[in-house]
Write a protein that binds this ligand. Structure first.
Ligand code: ADP
Length: 496
């Protein structure tokens, strides 16, 4: 156990460390992205953005060209964007210009570059140029952008537009950003510590608490409460474990009950068998009549023992859900007639009268052998508990619109109101227990399990001094395929 846990601890990191590692990974990715975008690509970003903006402005100027407000618009654009403008007609003659650098730009400087860029533009295959040039007069980098204006009608050259704007040096910005990136990274690492510490605590504390409770459960403390807290998953876990503990405690109780009852129930027949076997050995061995009697008692007790063991096995199989229902379609009336027929022997030997009242035949779909068991158990009980004077038992089939109701009535002492709830429990037995047919204290529990599996309603109506009626209702009626022409008597009453 310890070894196992140790092993686990070695392989799996604590949740806090794990969260921290994930966070650090995240920080690294963020850092890398910031470094790439802000520092390495910044210049490239800036330049391509500047080119795009300049191209857009050039486009605007070109489309404005010819309108009345052109020179006003051009001046505003020029001022706003700190951009020099040079407009030439198709012959290369200047038609408009605006310089924001007092003639110090690349286009309007002392050694005016206009002609140079005009030739450059005329030679370019695309009709546009974009040059990055350093300006010795202003000591900075500048962008020269040029485009050819074409006539909308025939596509002939209308003129040329040259723009000149400064490129702000990014080195200083980059160094500021470098520092900022470092600072952000350090801060992220620091907050990562705090957050992962908090998150780990938040996640791990309830889990640790649940582990403690689970350890107590492992030691047999079924009353232990699992507390969630924090978040839904842990709440679910706690709830599930509490439920599991509850179920475990039930099985534990069941096992204890079973052992107590088994030892009690098995001891009685075993004691009897031993006693009679000894009697045969010591006393009646040579007396055939006595010996026969004693042997019969031993055989009866063996039967009883067998039945107890069988009932226990059946019930535990039913309760564990290991047994599935084996559906078949059969006539319930015929089935009941067969069951009652089995009791003819008992009736004859002991003077019981079992009255069977059948309704019309009715096909039902359920587990025949289990329903057979239910009816048999109810009849056994009725025989056991019916009045000893008249010894009557009534078994009735009634076809109702939705179901077939089966009733087993006796004329015994009835069951007290507060006991009715208990009799379907395992090993519940009234004190005045007299056996005519072997009973095991499990009969009604088996009845209950089977009817519950079928999902059938069942119950008992009882009046003290008048008797009890146990009933259940089979819901799975199979409608007849063809309407039958034959006339069937309303009710067939048979006496055994
Ligand atoms: P068993 O009959 O073997 O004791 P059951 O589970 O069949 O076990 O019945 C449990 C208890 O229910 C019985 O001990 C008895 O007290 C009560 N009981 C069952 N059937 C009847 C009945 N027809 N009339 C009166 N009491 C009954």
């Amino acid at each position: 156990m310890t070894h196992h846990r140790h092993h686990l601890g070695e392989r799996n990191l604590r949740i806090g460390v794990k969260i921290w590692l994930f966070f650090m990974l995240f920080v690294c990715v963020v850092f890398l992205l910031m470094w790439l975008f802000q520092i390495i690509f910044l210049e490239w970003f800036y330049e391509s953005m500047k080119i795009r903006d300049t191209a857009k402005l050039a486009q605007q100027l070109v489309s404005d060209y010819g309108s009345e407000d052109f020179s006003d618009d051009a001046q505003e654009i020029s001022l706003q964007n700190e951009m020099c403008i040079e407009l030439l007609n198709s012959n290369g003659r200047e038609v408009y210009y605006n310089c924001v650098y007092n003639g110090k730009c690349l286009l309007h400087g002392k050694e005016s570059g206009t002609l140079f860029y005009l030739i450059d533009l005329q030679n370019s295959s695309t009709g546009t140029i974009c040059r990055r040039v350093s300006n010795p007069t202003l000591q900075n980098e500048m962008l020269v952008y040029g485009c050819t204006m074409y006539s909308k009608d025939d596509g002939s050259v209308l003129g040329y537009l040259l723009l000149n704007s400064p490129l702000v040096p990014v080195e200083s910005t980059v160094s500021i950003l470098k520092r900022q990136t470092m600072m952000i990274t350090i801060m992220l690492v620091f907050f990562g510590f705090l957050i992962s510490f908090y998150a780990a605590n938040h996640i791990a504390t309830p889990i640790t608490r649940i582990t403690q409770s689970a350890k107590r459960l492992a030691h047999g403390d079924y009353a232990v409460k699992f507390e969630g807290g924090g978040y839904a998953e842990v709440d679910d876990l706690a709830e599930t474990l509490t439920y599991a503990a509850h179920e475990l405690s039930k099985t534990d109780q069941m096992q204890r009950d079973l052992i107590a009852n088994v030892s009690h129930d098995l001891r009685t027949p075993l004691t009897m068998m031993k006693a009679y076997a000894e009697m045969i050995r010591d006393l009646s061995g040579n007396n055939p009549v006595k010996r026969e009697q004693h042997l019969n008692i031993i055989i009866e007790e063996t039967d009883r023992l067998t039945q107890i063991v069988n009932d226990m096995l059946d019930l535990s199989k039913l309760e564990s859900g290991a047994q599935k229902l084996d559906y078949s379609t059969f006539d319930i009336a015929q089935c009941m007639a067969e069951i009652v027929h089995r009791y003819e022997g008992v009736s004859e030997r002991m003077g019981y009268q079992i009255h069977l009242t059948l309704d019309e035949p009715c096909m039902v779909r359920c587990d025949e052998s289990k329903i057979d068991r239910v009816i048999g158990n109810l009849i056994n009980n009725a025989i056991n508990y019916t009045s000893k004077e008249d010894k009557q038992v009534f078994v009735t089939q009634r076809n109702l619109p939705q179901c077939v109701r089966i009733e087993v009535r006796d004329t015994g002492d009835g069951i007290e109101e507060d006991k009715i709830k208990l009799i379907f429990d395992k090993y519940y037995r009234s004190e005045n227990h007299k056996r005519e047919v072997v009973g095991t204290g499990l009969g009604l529990s088996i009845v209950k399990e089977i009817l519950k599996m079928h999902n059938y309603n069942y119950g008992v109506n009882s009046k003290l001094g008048e008797g009890s009626t146990f009933w259940f209702e089979i819901r799975d009626i199979v409608p007849p395929e063809k309407p039958e022409d034959e006339e069937i008597p309303d009710a067939e009453i048979r006496q055994l």
